[in-house]
Design a protein around this ligand. Structure first.
Ligand code: ATP
Length: 445
């Protein structure tokens, strides 16, 4: 996808109320973004689909909603306080700052600056370590501070509650705990729109299993999560790929890791990571909390630390991929048409209802009646703020699959004109049959 397409997508998201810059009226706060009325609708749908798929439709995974701010010792145990850092290096030529793991290495201590293409010698320009955690004071007084941290991943809330969940449910392995929520990282290399934010949202599962079954379980999760993006979310298969981490790229706690990558406008980048974390997390939390987190299997008569497989997805990156996948431009009668070909189950509205003539009371009344009747059955929008051509263009840009126009004849024949976003074809449909007509289009409601 060309770079100018990226600029067009950002502009559409701003113009139509999907995404706004955080704190915009005060000049903005870099790397923080707000979801507007349409963006928040799509984001909620993504989260609901994931939750339904893994928490509601399965018997082996349970939901959790843990606190964002957590005790310092959680991150002593997880290793985040010590090791969750980026190494940054400054280019001596253009003075820009980069993450060492994201720039091209041409010799052991030599890198190419992605900005000015000059050489960066890491013996002369030593990389410096920056911890990515955001710290806050939870004490009532400033002179006796008590520091705590905003979680950099939802996972730690799951590990900290593993024993609580096991004790309340008395469940057997394998068992998963799922959580959707905010995470915070003081990212240093930013500027990729909502791809890399300091406040973002994750959808994570920690799936606890037997050590000897972990490798197979990991492979199953990798294929399940790849399937989810294609079949459940509806992203184009050619824009998705799996990339397995090489051994020198693996985090110290991971036995294996595979990224689901999406072809974003700036190239292939991580959408989700699926890791086999072994027993690292439970062992560490057991050590620091001094609580016994081991599992006793009474059938096998053995006690051991469960292994964990972690599919960790980003809500915002999924949202971004959905918009990139759907964005399309075409020429219609010599004019450019921008259309967001969102899958109907992700579109903010399934239907928009318009009165053809705003000054004819009986047409407006009928259009409003249709709007209120259908509202219970699907997400619907009423709009009378422009001429019909303009209203269609607006709905194309926000991805509404259908528009129903109420005209003079509708009052007598009780039919409306339904226009299909993708084909632009129009059909007369009886008012009483609108919902049924729309439902016949695959995956609409
Ligand atoms: P990257 O290499 O891009 O920094 P990561 O490997 O650090 O990502 P993980 O720690 O594996 O990311 O987090 C799991 C998921 O959370 C990522 O796949 C991504 O979807 C999401 N995520 C992580 N960091 C951010 C961020 N700063 N902004 C938006 N989403 C993020």
């Amino acid at each position: 996808m060309p770079q100018d397409r990226f600029a067009q997508i950002i502009s559409l998201c701003r113009r139509r109320g999907f995404i706004f810059q955080g704190s915009e009226i005060y000049g903005g706060l870099s790397s923080f973004w707000d979801y507007g009325p349409l963006g928040s609708l799509i984001k909620k749908k993504i989260k609901d689909i994931w939750w339904k798929e893994y928490v509601e439709n399965r018997a082996d995974i349970f939901g959790l909603d843990s606190a964002i701010i957590m005790h310092e010792n959680v991150f002593v145990a997880s290793g985040h306080l010590e090791g969750f850092a980026d190494y940054l290096v400054d280019c001596p030529g253009c003075k820009k700052r980069f993450r060492i793991d994201k720039i091209e290495k041409i010799a052991p201590d030599l890198y190419t600056c992605p900005e000015c293409a000059g050489e960066i010698n890491t013996i002369q320009n030593k990389p410096r370590k920056f911890n990515l955690m955001l710290k806050t004071n939870v004490s009532a007084t400033e002179d006796e501070p008590q520091y705590a941290y905003l979680r950099p991943e939802t996972a730690q809330g799951i590990f900290a509650n593993y024993l609580n969940v096991m004790n309340t449910y008395h469940k057997k392995l394998p068992l998963g705990i799922a959580q959707i929520g905010k995470a915070f990282r003081n990212e240093v290399t930013t500027g990729s729109y909502i791809f890399r934010m300091k406040e973002f949202e994750q959808m994570e599962i920690e799936y606890f299993t037997y050590p000897e079954e972990a490798a197979q379980c990991y492979r199953e999760w990798v294929s399940e999560r790849f399937r989810f993006y294609i079949e459940t979310i509806g992203l184009k298969k050619e824009n998705l790929r799996l990339r397995e981490h090489s051994s020198d790229e693996l985090a110290h706690y991971a036995r294996a890791c595979t990224d689901v990558e999406y072809l974003f406008p700036f190239g292939w980048s991580e959408l989700e990571g699926i890791a086999d974390r072994g027993d690292y997390d439970l062992t560490q939390h057991a050590k620091v909390s001094k609580k016994d987190l081991s599992y006793f299997d009474n059938v096998r008569d053995t006690r051991f630390m469960p292994y964990v497989i972690e599919p960790s997805a980003g809500v915002d990156r999924t949202f971004f991929a959905v918009i990139c996948d759907a964005y399309d431009e075409e020429e219609v009668k010599g004019k450019k048409r921008v259309v967001l070909r969102l899958k109907p189950h992700l579109a903010p509205y399934t239907l928009a209802v318009f009165p053809l003539l705003k000054n004819r009371g009986e047409i407006v009344d009928l259009a409003k009646k249709i709007f209120y009747d259908i509202k219970e059955k699907m997400p619907v929008l009423y709009d009378d703020t422009g001429a019909i051509g303009k209203l269609y263009r607006r709905q194309d840009e926000i991805g509404t699959p259908f528009c129903a126009t109420v005209d003079v004849d509708s009052v007598s024949d009780q039919k409306v004109t339904i226009r299909n976003r993708d084909t632009m074809q129009q059909e007369r449909v009886e008012i009483g049959r609108i919902a049924e007509y729309i439902k016949t289009v695959k995956g609409t409601v």
